[in-house]
Design a protein around this ligand. Structure first.
Ligand code: ASP
Length: 540
C-alpha cells in the first residue's frame, strides 16, 4: 500500500512537472499570439458593452488613445523598413537572380489577384445579394468622382515621385475643383410666384421674384495631393537603388551597411513593440466598435452582400492560396500559416497591410525561416501591389451595385470588371478602406454610377479587416512560394556560411574574419567584405 502511494506521488509529481514544463513552453512559443487573439475578443466585448453608454466624441477619442498609439508605432516603422529592406535585400543578390525573382513575383501576384477576382465574380453571380438589397439600401449623394483614366494616370504618376521627401508623407491625387460657368446669355430667367398671404391670397398683390438661371457648375481635374505616404513610389525607388548597389561592389558597401543596420534596428524595435500590441489591440478594436453605426441595421441591409464578400475571402484565403502553396512547394501550408497568425491578428485589428508589414516580416523570418533576401523583396512589394482580398471585394461590390440598379452586365463587362478590379487593387494603398477609393475605376469602367459607392460604405469598415487579412496572407504565402522557386539561385552565399559560423562563436570573438583570400568585417549581424590588404587576417 505504502509502495503504491509513493509511486502515485512520484507519478503525480512527474506529471505536474510535465504539465508545468509544457505550459512554460507553450507560453514561450504562443504566449504573445494567444494574448493578441484574446485582446481582439476582449476588444469586441468591451466595444459592444460600452456602446450603450453613448460616449461623447471627445470621450471616444480618449478611449481610443492606446489603440491610436499602436497604429502610430506601426506606421512609424513602415518607411525605414521598406527602404532598408529593399536596398539591402536586393543589393545582396545577383542581378540575374533579381530579374528572375522580380518576374516570378509580379507574375504570381497578378495571377493570384486575378484568381481572387474570378472567385468574387462567381460567388456574387451565384448568391445574387443585390436582389434582396434593392429596396433596403440607402443612397447618400456623394461628391464628384474622378474618371478611371485619371485614377490610372495617378497610379503611374505615383510610381515616379517628383520629390522623394514629399513621397514620404503625401501622394499625387487628381482633384476635382468646381468651376462656376457664367450664365449663357439668351436664357430666360425663371420666376417664383410668392403668395403674400397663404390663407387669403386675395388680400394683397401676388409677388414674382426673378431668379437668375442656375449657373453651370463643371468640375475641372487639377493636380492635387492626399495626405498618405506614396509607398509605391518609395518601393520602386528603393528597389532601383538596391539593384544598383548590388552592381557597385566594394563602393556600394557603406550604403549597404547603413541599410542593414537600419533594418536590424527596425526589427529590434518590432520585437520590443509587440509586447504593447495586446493592450493596443483591445482599445483599437473597442474604439472602432464604439464609432460604428447600428450594426443590426447594417446587417439587415447589407447582410447578404457581406456574406458574399466574406465567403469569397474565406474560399480564397483558406482553400485556394494554401492549395497553391501545397502544389508548388509540396509542403504542408498549415504550419506555415500558423507561423503567420500574429501578423493576421494585427491585420484584423489595424485594417492596414502596410502597418502590418513589420510584423509579417518578423513572422516570416523568425517563425517560417524564409530567406531574408526573399522576404525583404517580396513583402514590401506585396504590401504595395498585391491585394487579393481587395480585388475580390471590388469585383463583388461592383456587381452588387449593378444588381441593386437592375443593370444587366454582359460577358464583356464582366471581363472588364475582372481587369479593372485587378488594376484597382494594385493602385490601392495598404491603408484602411483604400479599396473604397479605387472602386471608382471599376464602377466607371462599366458605366455604373460612381456615386453608388455610398451604398456599401456602411459595411466597409468591417469587411476591410477581413480583406486586409487575405492581403497579408497572400503576400506571406507568396514569399514561401518564391523562396521555393528560387531556392537553387539562392544557395547560401559565402557571407551566409560565414554568418552561420559566426553565430556559433562566442560574441567576444575577433571582429575580423577571413575565408581563403577574402576578408569580412563583422559588426553584429552585419558582414561586409573588405579589401584583404587593410586587415590582419584571422582564419575561420
Ligand atoms: N485595407 C486594405 C489593406 O491595407 C486595403 C483595402 O482594401 O482597403 O490592405
Amino acid at each position: 500500500m505504502e509502495c503504491m502511494k509513493s509511486s502515485l506521488q512520484t507519478l503525480l509529481a512527474v506529471d505536474s512537472d510535465n504539465v508545468k514544463a509544457w505550459l512554460k513552453d507553450f507560453c514561450k512559443r504562443n504566449g504573445l499570439l494567444t494574448l493578441s487573439v484574446l485582446s481582439v475578443v476582449v476588444g469586441c466585448l468591451l466595444g459592444f458593452l460600452l456602446r450603450d453608454m453613448n460616449f461623447s466624441d471627445q470621450a471616444k477619442i480618449y478611449f481610443s488613445f492606446p489603440g491610436e498609439l499602436l497604429m502610430r508605432m506601426l506606421k512609424m516603422l513602415i518607411l525605414p523598413l521598406i527602404t532598408s529592406s529593399l536596398m539591402s535585400g536586393l543589393s545582396a543578390m545577383d542581378s540575374k537572380v533579381c530579374g528572375k525573382m522580380g518576374l516570378i513575383t509580379i507574375t504570381y501576384y497578378l495571377w493570384t489577384t486575378f484568381m481572387a477576382v474570378i472567385v468574387g465574380i462567381v460567388l456574387v453571380s451565384i448568391i445574387h445579394p443585390g436582389a434582396d438589397a434593392k429596396t433596403d439600401v440607402e443612397r447618400v449623394s456623394g461628391g464628384p468622382v474622378i474618371t478611371s483614366a485619371d485614377a490610372l494616370l495617378d497610379l503611374i504618376r505615383n510610381m515616379i515621385p517628383s520629390n522623394l521627401i514629399e513621397a514620404t508623407f503625401q501622394q499625387y491625387r487628381t482633384q476635382l475643383i468646381p468651376v462656376v460657368q457664367p450664365v449663357t446669355s439668351g436664357k430666360t430667367p425663371d420666376f417664383v410666384y410668392l403668395v403674400p398671404d397663404e390663407k387669403d391670397p386675395t388680400l394683397s398683390k401676388p409677388v414674382f421674384l426673378e431668379l437668375t438661371p442656375a449657373p453651370n457648375v463643371i468640375y475641372k481635374p487639377l493636380p492635387g495631393s492626399s495626405k498618405e505616404m506614396n509607398v509605391l513610389g518609395i518601393v520602386i525607388f528603393s528597389a532601383t537603388i538596391g539593384l544598383l548597389l548590388g552592381t557597385m561592389g566594394e563602393r556600394g558597401t557603406p550604403m549597404v551597411n547603413v541599410c542593414q543596420c537600419v533594418n536590424e534596428c527596425v526589427m529590434k524595435i518590432i520585437s520590443a513593440a509587440v509586447w504593447y500590441f495586446p493592450l493596443g489591440i483591445v482599445f483599437l478594436v473597442a474604439g472602432k466598435i464604439l464609432e460604428m453605426r447600428d450594426p443590426s441595421l447594417i446587417g439587415k441591409k447589407l447582410g447578404m452582400y457581406a456574406v458574399t464578400v466574406v465567403s469569397g475571402l474565406l474560399l480564397h484565403g483558406t482553400v485556394i492560396l494554401p492549395l497553391l502553396y501545397l502544389f508548388i512547394t509540396r509542403k504542408n501550408p498549415i504550419p506555415y500559416v500558423r507561423g503567420l497568425l500574429q501578423a493576421l491578428v494585427i491585420a484584423l485589428a489595424t485594417s492596414s497591410s502596410s502597418a502590418t508589414l513589420p510584423i509579417t516580416m518578423k513572422c516570416l523570418l523568425e517563425n517560417n525561416g524564409i530567406d531574408r533576401r526573399i522576404a525583404r523583396f517580396v513583402l514590401p512589394m506585396g504590401a504595395t501591389i498585391n491585394m487579393d482580398g481587395t480585388a475580390l471585394y471590388e469585383a463583388v461590390a461592383a456587381i452588387f451595385i449593378a444588381q441593386v440598379n437592375e443593370y444587366e452586365l454582359d460577358f464583356g463587362q464582366l471581363i472588364t470588371i475582372s481587369i479593372t478590379a485587378t488594376a484597382a487593387s494594385i493602385g490601392a494603398a495598404g491603408i484602411p478602406q483604400a479599396g473604397l477609393v479605387t472602386m471608382v475605376i471599376v464602377l466607371t469602367s462599366v458605366g455604373l454610377p460612381a456615386d453608388d459607392i455610398t451604398l456599401i460604405v456602411a459595411a466597409d469598415w468591417a469587411l476591410d479587416r477581413f480583406r486586409t487579412m487575405v492581403n497579408v496572407l497572400g503576400d506571406a504565402l507568396a514569399a514561401g512560394i518564391i523562396a521555393h522557386l528560387c531556392r537553387k539561385d539562392l544557395l547560401p552565399s559565402d557571407k551566409d556560411i560565414l554568418i552561420s559560423k559566426i553565430q556559433n562563436l562566442p560574441a567576444s570573438e575577433i571582429p575580423l574574419l577571413a575565408r581563403k583570400d577574402r576578408v569580412f568585417e563583422v559588426l553584429g549581424d552585419v558582414v561586409t567584405e573588405k579589401p584583404a590588404v587593410y586587415y590582419n587576417i584571422a582564419q575561420v
